[in-house]
Write a protein that binds this ligand. Sequence first.
Ligand code: BGC
Length: 395
Amino acid sequence: MKRKLLGALLSVAMVASLLVGCSSGGSTSTADNAGNDTQAEAPANNTQTETTAGGKIGISMPTQSLERWNRDGAYLDEQFKAAGFETILTFSDNDSGRQVNDIQNMLADGVDLLIVAAIDGEALNTAMNEAAEANVPVISYDRLILNDAVSYYVSFDNYTVGKLQGEFIEKELDLANAGDKVYNLEITAGDPADNNAGYFYNGAVDVLRPYIDAGTLNIVSGQIDFDTVATAQWNTDTALERAQNVLSSYYADGTQLDVWLCSNDSTALGVAQAITSDYAGSNSVVITGQDGDEANLKNIVDGVQTMTVYKNVSNESIVTLGLAKAMLAGDTIDASLANSFGIECAYDTESYETSAGNKCPSFLLVPNVITKDNLQELVDTGLYTMGDDGYLSAN
Ligand code: BGC
């Protein structure tokens, strides 16, 4: 019901914003929280027909301190601008209060639609309620915001990300044929404030649980509960410190560590650093990750990290743009939209809820595993270049 009303309200809002856009013909400039100026340009006169709809889009990213959000912010900003929208892009330095503030400023600035990657999925209620009051629709980007003001969710299949990590470990250690052999495992998960973190953890642990129960996988530290292995703000140094503590408490006597399940690349970076500096053993430890951050791709080339689950965030922003255009045009939004992007993407109306019983229609892209054997796939996306030294850098 809310969404049907939205279409009608938006048409009115869009006509109004169109008139403003056409008459001003200028550009607005705002400062993001890193202190950089962000330019928000009005559509140029020679833009294509599809760009004439215009409108102002607020893009709120969590932080510049984790590599991927810089890419997400840049792709979203570029693609919306190229499609004729004005944009306001902010990064909130992993501070939820600041993110609320940033979104409130966007609303005061008259944005027509919000795209928000939440720092804390439960801490944006004030800003979300104000967006709902102002009839500004919200796309929850990558991380679900637990508030019913959210109209749609665009992300990757988060449970599958974890499942791919678990299955990789299962295959790499050939757990199904391990017989009496015991492998020692440790786990590092993500930020409990991030709704995704539990999905990643569960996806992986669901695959590994039978081997843990059978004793084929042994968690020497005994630390398996999500809250015990979680990493506030996905911080590399926090992951490093905990890994150092685990290594000095449980592995200093020469106990062999075989595998460390890490939910993403920023945590894998800390764990890999701890293993390099503090692990007494000489075997190479299987380490998982997620994202394809440059430092981690280098570690994969060097054999320090074993895999990453790659998520093409350029595609994630293309889907977000397509969805935003459809929302602003008042189009019907269903599976056919998901199929229209030429990107593997499921339209899922069941898996995610913004509150108990309130399903959030979601566009879920497909992640894939990258190891040192298929790095070329990243180069083939056109988003990375491989240097003569074999290391990849993001374009
Ligand atoms: C994203 C991951 C990312 C993590 C830390 C999660 O919400 O889905 O791709 O590694 O946040 O930035």
